[in-house]
Design a protein. Structure first.
Lengths: 712, 80
């Protein structure tokens, strides 16, 4: 009985197994195969770098924590992603410090992929070496003597492609052995120079660190490592200064030394009988061609946009219809009281507002993940890096800007792959200028007031106007980026130096898991904010100070009886009068003096405020204010808006000047609380979302002011 | 060190090959080496990027995209 309890105590202590490897090593694919939907995606503490974790059951009932670390070429980092690796490996007391390592190496680029492996091994970690990309190796006739490799590197080596169940068994057994056996002592693969030995000795004396290589890493990284105590930091600083230790010089020496050591090993264990696969070379002749490559890129993006706007409209209509139906059901089931109103107009409307974006986000990220997975994205970065650089961004910013066409939230999250802080920040700040899908319903309603029906070059005037609005957004994004590039002062060591992986057929599991991950994070990040704001807005629009609302209702009923209105029209009139006297109405009237020079009245003011939940709420708000029972028909709202007259002058409210001014405002203004929340999270400060909000609102105000004053 | 047949990678013509002799910038050198591109390796200049951008290079069976300033700091030796 007693011994049984002892055993269970041991099982409770969860061990950590970490996946390391170079970018494009097939590491994440292995992680996906081992864990599937059980993986949890979060952040490493204090930084916005994805941390994927899953529990994995071994055969001896032992459950281990499996962590997928970001891909990196070496333990000497260049980006925030890569720093995570060094941070954790230099901190044995971290709970993410591995008890064992699965190192994934691309068999077709074995030499290059072994650099980080030898560094991890010198830290004394128990390692399993996994050789991936065996299908590519087979095509090229590449054969590796696995036993020989295992013998010279003194670690277990497995070839893995995940196709056979037996491979999973072999993998788990090997991890189990690594965790349970005392590691056999191995001699370090890197022999430090005499200068480095002095440093290592001094650091070890000062810090009680046991491993030589760990001590050397502290000498390299002490100035930025977050978990190091100040006293330790200072004593290491003293040592490096005293010995005039030049980190960069020693990194180069070490790297060269390691390659010299293991290159001959690689040459001995690998033999090649076939020819290099030239499919990638042939495809790249066209896909990275300076003319055709660019043309194909734009054709692909057109396809992506077509997918977002045309294909996504079916599930989006479905979601809206479902929630409309749900609302009706609730209305027939519950008595007319505040709770029903909260449920239907607050919560259900808010949920619909969140879920309606999911089809677009899912389709967009499916296509982007697919392009990434086959290896195309790296080519797009190659083609456009120079153009983006002129605007202070990076080739990778292109992906974010394109994603911004669906929704700025996932787009901003996708900037994590940009290693240079300044380039990343600029991308985050300008992405919301790209017209997202929430602006479309607003454009549809307003464009009709600005341009007449009719065609030019077989395309309707209104479609041209639409294109103009998109172009205005893109141009503003680029101009702002250019200004930010000049204004922002940040030390920039930006690199491109991007590996162009071989083209390969996509692994659908990896693609689907990416889509799932993005949709989930959208719901968790933006969804709760949109929902919360919807409820707050519902309150503002349903309640007013004192008896005002009741008085407004009575007044509306009297007016309706006088004018002999039918029941539907009476209800609509009541709703319109009520919102006028609600807190939202009061807010609208309060800001009226400020927005008057832009040609907006207090009703538009209400819509501007409610748009903070999501811009497309504009349409629903207009429907309520102009007392149109249903908000489904954008043309009905248009019709009603066209009839709207100024109380004093009797002139139409939605003149060309006001409508265009309002359109410009929606193109430029930062009216999305969820985006601001994501910017706050990604930049880790209130400073940038505040600057972004103030600057975008000011630009929108000025733009609208110019348009209205010029045309009005 | 710089002789007639030591040229920067960026000045190469498409399909031209050379052996790396030196890097003129330590930071870039360090990063290149960590990606497996080191002195003595043979590089092939494959093509230039559009919009007066960087270039597409191959080292063995691996391909890389480099910016102009990155390609300018790699000195190669070509066979005469």
């Amino acid at each position: 009985m007693y011994s049984f309890r002892d055993e269970s105590m041991i099982a409770i202590e969860t061990k950590t197994v970490a996946l390391f490897g170079n970018p494009n090593s097939g590491k994440s694919s292995l992680f996906n195969q081992l864990t599937g939907l059980r993986q949890k995606v979060g952040n490493f503490p204090g930084v916005t770098v994805d941390r994927k974790v899953a529990r994995l059951q071994l055969f001896d009932e032992q459950e281990v924590k499996l962590i997928d670390f970001p891909g990196t070429y070496s333990i000497y980092p260049n980006s925030q992603d890569e720093r995570i690796v060094a941070t954790h490996l230099c901190n044995p007391s971290s709970e993410d410090y591995p008890d064992a390592v699965i190192y994934v190496a691309d068999i077709t680029h074995l030499e290059k992929h072994l650099l980080l492996f030898t560094q991890l091994r010198d830290l004394g970690l128990p390692i399993l070496l996994m050789l991936s990309m065996n299908d590519l190796a087979e095509q090229e006739g590449l054969v590796v003597d696995v036993q020989k490799l295992s013998k010279v590197l003194e670690v277990p080596v497995l070839q893995f492609d995940g196709r056979a169940k037996s491979q999973h068994t072999e993998l788990k057994t090997t991890i189990q052995n690594l965790l349970n056996q005392e590691p056999a002592p191995t001699s370090p693969l890197y022999k430090p120079s005499s200068e480095e030995k002095t440093i290592i000795q001094a650091v070890r004396t000062a810090t009680e660190i046991k491993s030589d290589y760990h001590a050397l890493l502290l000498a390299h990284h002490h100035d930025w490592l977050p978990n190091l105590e100040t006293s330790t930091k200072n004593s290491i600083q003293e040592i490096t200064e005293k010995n005039d230790f030049k980190s960069l010089k020693h990194q180069i020496q070490e790297t060269l030394n390691r390659f010299d050591h293991f290159s001959p090993i690689v040459n001995k264990v690998i033999s090649k009988k076939g020819e290099d696969n030239t499919i990638t070379d042939r495809l790249d002749q066209i896909l990275t061609h300076r003319f055709w490559g660019v043309l194909i890129f734009f054709a692909l993006m057109l396809l992506v946009f077509q997918a977002i706007f045309a294909w996504a409209s079916y599930p989006m209509d479905g979601i809206e219809a479902t929630f409309g139906w749900l609302g009706e059901q609730v209305e027939t089931m519950l008595p007319d009281n505040w709770f029903r109103s909260l449920l239907v107009d607050g919560i259900l409307a808010g949920l619909a507002g969140v879920l309606v974006f999911i089809p677009q986000i899912a389709i967009l990220f499916f296509l982007i993940a697919l392009l990434e997975e086959v290896g195309y994205m790296a080519r797009a970065v190659f083609l456009f890096d120079r153009v983006m650089q002129r605007f202070g961004m990076n080739g990778r910013s292109l992906v974010a800007l394109i994603s911004g066409g669906a929704c700025a939230i996932p787009a901003i999250m996708s900037t994590r792959t940009i290693s240079d802080w300044k380039e990343r920040l600029i991308t985050i700040l300008v992405t919301p200028f790209i017209s997202c899908s929430a602006r479309i319903p607003v454009y549809i309603v307003l464009v009709a007031f600005v341009v007449p029906a009719g065609k030019w070059l077989f395309i309707s005037w209104q479609a041209w106007a639409f294109m103009g609005l998109y172009l205005l957004g893109i141009t503003t994004a680029l101009v702002s980026a250019w200004v930010l590039k000049k204004v922002l002062k940040a030390e920039s060591h930006s690199f491109l130096m991007l590996e162009l992986p071989k083209y390969r057929s996509p692994r659908i599991l990896d693609v689907l898991l990416t889509v799932w991950d993005k949709v989930k994070s959208f719901i968790l990040e933006a969804g709760k904010i949109i929902l919360l704001i919807s409820i707050v807005l519902w309150f503002l629009a349903s309640y007013g100070p004192g008896e005002e609302m009741q008085l407004a209702e009575q007044e509306a009923i009297e007016l309706a009886t006088q004018q002999n209105l039918d029941e539907q029209a009476t209800d609509n009139l009541i709703a319109a009068k009520k919102i006028e006297s609600s807190y939202a109405g009061i807010l609208g009237k309060t800001i009226e003096p400020v927005i008057r020079p832009l040609g907006f009245d207090w009703k538009i003011g209400i819509a501007l405020i409610t748009s903070f939940a999501a811009r497309e709420v504009f349409v629903g708000t207009m429907a309520t204010i102009y007392s149109i029972g249903s908000e489904e028909d954008e043309y009905k709202i248009q019709e009603r808006m066209a009839k709207e007259r100024h109380i004093l002058t009797g002139q139409p409210v939605y003149t060309l000047a006001t409508s265009l001014s309002l359109l410009i405002f929606y193109v430029l203004a930062m009216q999305c609380v969820s985006t601001l929340a994501v910017v706050k999270k990604e930049t880790n400060s209130w400073r940038w979302p505040t600057i972004q909000f103030v600057a975008m609102t000011a630009m929108a105000y000025l733009g609208s002011l110019l348009v209205y004053q010029f045309l009005g | 060190m710089k002789t007639a047949n030591h040229r920067a990678l960026f000045d190469f013509k498409p399909k031209e090959k050379g052996t790396i002799v030196a890097f003129t910038d330590d930071r870039i050198a360090c990063k290149m080496m960590m990606m497996g591109v080191r002195p003595g390796a043979t590089l092939e200049f494959v093509r230039r990027a559009p919009f007066r951008g960087g270039c597409y290079i191959k080292a063995g069976n691996a391909a890389f995209a480099l910016r102009r300033k990155e390609a300018e700091c790699i000195l190669l030796e070509t066979k005469v």
